[in-house]
Write a protein that binds this ligand. Structure first.
Ligand code: FMN
Length: 180
């Protein structure tokens, strides 16, 4: 593995992606503990606009907003040039759904314009209850109207990110870094 300086930057409105970012930082620290390969890990919220100049790799986290990365994550990704980027994100949809694949592809494409993308990890994150309520109030026939299947997905999302997600995210990011 090359690269001793890592930056983890995340955008998070309700805390899910921040939790994932912290799980990744902890998982990476544990994976490298006692080895002479341990990178310097810096973690920052996207609002801090962390300078990636010293970073050999950047792990960038986003939350899904209307089919793509949220605006703050997009803005930060667009500001990066010539970086090696691992992506991670949380979303309401199931991570193995077509919707999740589309979001992953969109964000990868955006990040890959001026950078090298190492991979993308996605998992569910609890959906803001206010949004669930809004969907419940939509008339049947509206494309976002609540159905029992959707309600079940919201209930499942409410359990995430869980400990397994944090472990899986750290393992995925470790593999991305080790691919360097
Ligand atoms: C305004 C809004 C738009 C959203 N759009 C999507 C979407 O297009 N696809 C999806 O799967 N989840 C969507 N979600 C769910 C969030 O991506 C998910 O709850 C995420 O974990 C929130 O992350 P955070 O807690 O880090 O802010 C949306 C949530 C909100 C509040």
């Amino acid at each position: 593995m090359k690269g001793r300086n890592g930056l983890i930057v995340y955008s998070s409105k309700t805390g899910n992606t921040r939790k994932l970012a912290e799980g990744i930082r902890q998982g990476l620290a544990e994976a490298f503990a006692g080895t002479d390969e341990a990178p310097e890990l810096r973690i920052a919220a996207v609002e801090e606009n962390p300078d990636p100049a010293e970073a050999d790799w950047v792990l960038a986290g986003f939350w899904a907003d209307r089919g793509t990365a949220d605006a703050k994550a997009q803005q930060y990704l667009k500001s990066l040039e010539g970086r090696k980027i691992g992506l991670f994100g949380t979303l309401g949809a199931y991570p193995d759904s077509e919707h999740a694949r589309d979001i992953g592809a969109r964000v990868r494409e955006l990040a890959a314009e001026k950078n090298i993308v190492l991979g993308c990890f996605l998992c569910q994150g609890k959906i803001d209850p206010a949004l669930t309520e809004r969907f419940k109030n939509l008339p049947p026939g509206n494309p976002h109207a609540m159905t029992e299947e959707r309600m079940e997905r919201h209930r499942e999302a409410a359990k995430h990110p869980d400990e397994n997600d944090l472990r899986a995210a750290a393992a995925a990011c470790l593999a991305m870094i080790k691919s360097l």
